[in-house]
Design a protein around this ligand. Sequence first.
Ligand SMILES: *[C@@H]1O[C@H](CO)[C@@H](O)[C@H](O)[C@H]1NC(C)=O
Ligand SMILES: *[C@@H]1O[C@H](CO)[C@@H](O)[C@H](O)[C@H]1NC(C)=O
Length: 305
Amino acid sequence: MWRGPAWLALAGALRGGAWAAARGLGSSYASLLLSSRGGLSTEISGSWFSGSVCGSEPQHRNFSGSAGFLGRIKHIATMPEINTDDLDEQQVQLLAEMCILIDENDNKIGAETKKNCHLNENIDKGLLHRAFSVFLFNTENKLLLQQRSDAKITFPGCFTNTCCSHPLSTPVELEENNAIGVRRAAQRRLKAELGIPMEQVPPEDISYLTRIHYKAQSDGIWGEHEIDYILFVRKNVTLDPDPNEIKSYCYVTKKELEELLEKAANGEIKITPWFKIIAETFLFKWWDNLNHLNRFVEHEKIHRM
Ligand SMILES: *[C@@H]1O[C@H](CO)[C@@H](O)[C@H](O)[C@H]1NC(C)=O
Ligand SMILES: *[C@@H]1O[C@H](CO)[C@@H](O)[C@H](O)[C@H]1NC(C)=O
């Protein structure tokens, strides 16, 4: 079993799985993480697993992606004003980050704020951005999962893969050769969300497999529409999660993930739509072949989900 800052038995939910909770939503996570040494421990009860599966089934739409497309969106629509007063302050600040706008073949066509990229009103008009999903396995081939914090604006409280975020529209993260910019962004976010030291996950230890294009609503206002770079890491790392990002985390075996997916299907827990798609299509095949991932590398392909 992983010896992290705190490991808690997940009563009745995941046999053999041990979830650590990152409690509270403040920015000072040190004081909020449960410490095994400090003796503060809480059994995560079945009540953690309530609510309906989040998001709706993603669907692929044919929007005629091209460089002229962005101009058309911006011409037709002024970006909507959304009141963010009731949202988490730290998460609202992140909405100002500039994401990379792309056409449906992943060609860069501009930049737009994280906020505008995630408003359904814009997504409905075809706004699409570049993203990534990291799947980090320890040397025992267990997959690190996280539960998104309740402070997250999209898909709060949902269970998902190790780390999902966006490369920024900056020179270092825009660099496309061998997806180096995206892999640098992954290194940045593994540190920000999970506290993994940057030197433990340099870009050369992050493998780019393929891309997945999907769209999903989180609620009436917010959603996702991304081309998602699938990134794999196999390494033992040290964790120090930020509770503003992450509510709990756990390394799971295939069997434990299957149980989690079953709970999601029964509406007992929520999982993110991209994790659902990837888990139902490619994940177990890739997991079975962690020593031969090269045969699944498809850098030119974009899977439309
Ligand atoms: C990685 O971590 C696992 C789980 O704690 C442990 O069993 C294994 O020995 C570690 N492997 C290495 C190479 O450190
Ligand atoms: C998408 O729509 C365009 C314009 O209507 C059409 O030319 C193209 O064949 C369509 N592509 C797909 C994949 O359906």
